[in-house]
Design a protein around this ligand. Structure first.
Ligand SMILES: [Zn+2]
Ligand SMILES: [Zn+2]
Ligand SMILES: [Zn+2]
Length: 356
């Protein structure tokens, strides 16, 4: 069968990073939709919110008070999921690994991207986002250098639909003693690919994507954003460094500016898609900090937005997806074309210019 026809019929696509498969059903994109309709909430327009626990000078739920910070503010999570001091222990209740548990040490931090309550990555300037990249790089290196930290996860959860109730621009850093599931799977795949092909999995993947261009959303001299061939979420993207580098700490100043630029370009297009502050979970995947060299690791970020066809209609991962495997209707090629063709200027900025 020709490729063009294969992609029009139900088919499975392989994810070489996790070695899972996703079922793609393009013909279902035409079926009538009778799903959930929510009302879009207006984005916050307050520069300072006296009730926000992340705004400068305000008191947090744990009782601590934020300084009157002027740029970026990092603090230890008041309700951390991980703690640095944990008594090392391992217990196998059954003796056969049926009820196996191990102690896990770690650190959880919160990073406020800006003192401005009303900003988002899309609305921040490239120099402001570059300062944030510098902070992420510094935290990765510092936390990663702690002897009991094997992996540093930097992420942002954006929008109420993703369970993030506070619109103040912020992200989190959770660092573990062990490498968690997703990066561990990707670690094993990158290593296996490297040993088999004497090349980097994501360098090779990026080369084939930029040659074809059909799944590329945006790119600059240092980074490219693609809807990955194996994408599960409708507008999921993979942000890839063009140079083979394992972590944010290894990026030079020009590349950090390049990362800030691509983050702004991508999040602007996301916001323009449904003319809302677009919800998503995003995070960087970087080389583990377990003391190994990890030359197989290629720095990248995943963005997982939940929305499907409007500001209020989300994709649910239920039924077949919970029990068997992920499935999507709109093809990654169609999603990439939609994102690529959106305006490069933020809709709120266009509105502002029109009203001047
Ligand atoms: Zn705030
Ligand atoms: Zn690479
Ligand atoms: Zn990854």
């Amino acid at each position: 069968m020709e490729l063009g026809n294969l992609y029009k019929e139900p088919h499975c696509r392989f994810n070489p990073l996790t070695r899972d498969w996703v079922l793609v059903s393009p013909h279902r994109a035409e079926r009538p939709w009778q799903g959930q309709v929510e009302t879009a909430k207006a984005a916050s327009t307050l520069r300072y919110d006296p009730t926000c626990y992340l705004c400068p000078g305000n008191e947090r739920a744990g009782g601590a008070r934020n300084p009157k910070y002027e740029n970026i503010f990092v603090f230890n999570n008041d309700f951390a999921a991980l703690k640095p001091e944990v008594q090392p222990a391992r217990h196998d209740d059954s003796g056969r690994g049926l009820l196996l548990s191990e102690s896990e040490a770690g650190i959880c931090k919160v990073v406020c991207f800006s003192p401005r309550h009303d900003l988002t990555l899309a609305r921040m300037t490239v120099p402001e986002i570059t300062s944030l990249v510098d902070i992420w790089a510094k935290e990765y290196s510092e936390i990663g250098s702690l002897p009991y930290i094997g992996y540093v996860q930097i992420f942002e959860n954006r929008g109420e639909i993703m369970g993030c109730s506070n619109p103040h621009p912020h992200g989190q850093i959770w660092a573990n003693q062990t490498v968690p599931n997703e990066p561990r799977k990707e670690q094993e795949s990158q290593k296996a690919y490297f040993e088999k092909n004497h090349a980097c999995l994501l360098c090779d993947y990026l080369e084939s994507e930029t040659q074809k261009g059909i799944r590329v959303v945006v790119e600059n001299a240092h980074f490219a954003v693609v809807v990955p061939f194996w994408a599960v979420w409708p507008f999921e993207v993979l942000l890839l460094s063009k140079r083979h580098v394992g972590d944010l700490g290894s990026l030079d100043p020009a590349t950090r500016t390049g990362l800030a630029d691509i983050l702004k370009q991508l999040t602007t297009r996301y916001d323009n898609l449904f003319q809302i502050s677009f919800p998503y979970s995003m995070g960087f995947h970087q080389a583990p900090t377990d003391g190994e060299a990890h030359s197989e690791w290629h720095l990248h970020a995943h963005f997982y937005p939940p929305l499907l066809r409007s500001a209020t209609v989300r994709k649910f991962m239920v039924g077949y997806e919970m029990l068997a495997g992920p499935q999507r209707d709109i093809t990654p090629e169609a999603a990439a074309a939609t994102l690529r063709n959106l305006d490069a200027t933020h809709y709120a900025e266009r509105l502002r210019q029109r009203n001047l």
